[in-house]
Design a protein around this ligand. Structure first.
Ligand code: PLP
Length: 407
């Protein structure tokens, strides 16, 4: 008899986006004449930068000719892309990462989900609340948690992100081994300073822990004093793995390209307390279970680092950040407390009431869709997330309607 991995049965069905879709559909059925503006899901809306499109086309043409055709590529990614990443994203910021420490992949979602496979099931995992749900669910699937009760899985050390700590969680009060951090944060839009991140790196070094640092939104950082990479912190290479993505900076959500940095010095321990490097383990996993990102996509990603690409990517992020500025301004005028939107595309608003009630009110009275914070964890209750990923015209219209509805 074939038995299943029963950890999957512990998973809470992810109702968030399907619930939102149902409520929007029912609203539209009752109000067919009203158009709905969606500021909910964190998907980009603008086309790919021209530099990427040109490189993409050229690479597709190469694939059409026997002489320039490429079959299976290196699982870790082509050298041209790994080099461009190492030089531009790290060495330019004095974070000494080299090309062989970079693993190109088809998404930060997969990488943040898969990385936990390298560690045993009896470790203690610290996960922020509210959170990008992938970190939590993949640990549930692996059997690192108990059952779900009162909005939380037993066995997980939750790191509360609240107004009191400015949405940067404090160190856990019990020992943990694996720590998930995401800055700029999804969903709260909060950021972490170098000094605050240093505290986490020091903790990981002292406690033989590893930090999984998700920097998928680094392109939206406007304050130069904030770290874009955890490797800007002294000693982080020994204790941190970083995830990056081309999804939000270059609009690759549908094109798919990302990368994970596993420094050579990054270590964990075997059952004899002997230090073991993570790099060869991840390399082995990547080569066994993944066959590389397509050549044209990697060429398109490489173009992000050309002079033209850099300027276009900057313009893209600026476009969304102008939207974020407008949301912040309008929400501030209405007297709501919020965080985010200054160095991130998300604005996290204290609705002063149940998240779903606020969602329903915005939908009914303004025809605007947001994301209820409760869907991201217990600490998200009372908040809503507004995403800056839309056209400026739509954000302008949405904010005018919200002003009229809430004023
Ligand atoms: N990490 C965070 C925090 C995200 O919000 C997202 C997507 O929304 C991802 C990772 C996924 O990135 P990718 O498109 O590279 O899979």
């Amino acid at each position: 008899m074939l038995t299943i991995n029963e950890n999957y049965l512990k998973l809470q069905a992810s109702y968030l986006f399907s619930d939102i879709a149902k409520r929007v559909a029912s609203f539209q059925e009752k109000n067919p004449q009203r158009d709905v503006i969606k500021l909910g899901i964190g998907d980009v809306t603008k086309g790919l930068p021209q530099a990427c499109v040109t490189a993409f086309h050229k690479a597709v043409d190469e694939m059409a000719e026997d002489a320039t055709f490429r079959g299976y590529g290196p699982e870790q990614g082509y050298d041209f892309l790994r080099e461009a990443i190492a030089v531009n994203d790290f060495q330019a910021r004095r974070a000494g990462i080299s090309a062989d420490e970079i693993f190109v992949s088809d998404g930060a979602k997969c990488d943040t989900g898969n990385i936990q496979e390298l560690f045993t099931t009896d470790i203690k995992v610290a996960i922020p609340d509210p959170v990008y749900p992938v970190y939590l669910d993949t640990n549930v699937m692996a059997g690192r948690t108990g059952a779900f009760a009162d909005g939380r899985y037993k066995g997980v050390v939750y790191l509360d992100s609240t107004r009191e700590n400015n949405f940067v969680p404090a160190l856990p009060t019990e020992d943990v081994d694996l720590i998930y951090l995401c800055f700029p944060n999804n969903p709260t839009g909060s950021t972490i300073t170098k000094e605050e991140l240093e505290v986490w790196v020091d903790y990981a070094r002292e406690n033989k822990a590893i930090i999984l640092f998700d920097a998928a939104y680094e392109a939206f950082i406007r304050d130069d004093s904030l770290p874009k990479s955890i490797y800007e912190i002294e000693g982080a290479k020994e204790v941190a793995i970083e995830f990056r993505s081309f999804s939000k900076n270059a609009g690759f959500t549908g094109t798919r390209c990302a990368y994970t940095v596993v420094p050579i010095e990054c270590m964990a321990y075997d059952s004899h307390s002997k230090r073991q490097a993570i790099h060869p383990l991840w390399n082995r996993r990547h080569c066994t279970k993944f066959n590389g990102v397509s050549y044209p996509v990697q060429r398109a990603a490489e173009a992000v680092y050309s002079e033209e690409g850099k300027s276009e990517v900057r313009q893209l992020a600026d476009y969304y950040m102008k939207n974020a500025d407008l949301v912040r301004k309008e929400i501030g005028v209405l007297g709501y407390d919020y965080v985010g939107g200054e160095n991130s595309p998300y604005i996290w608003i204290d609705g002063k009431r149940n998240s779903w009630d606020f969602f329903d009110m915005l939908l009914d009275q303004a025809g605007v869709v947001c994301t209820p914070g409760a869907g991201f964890g217990k600490c998200g209750e009372g908040y809503i997330r507004i995403s800056a990923f839309n056209s400026y015209e739509n954000v302008e219209r949405a904010m005018a309607r919200i002003r009229d509805a809430l004023a």
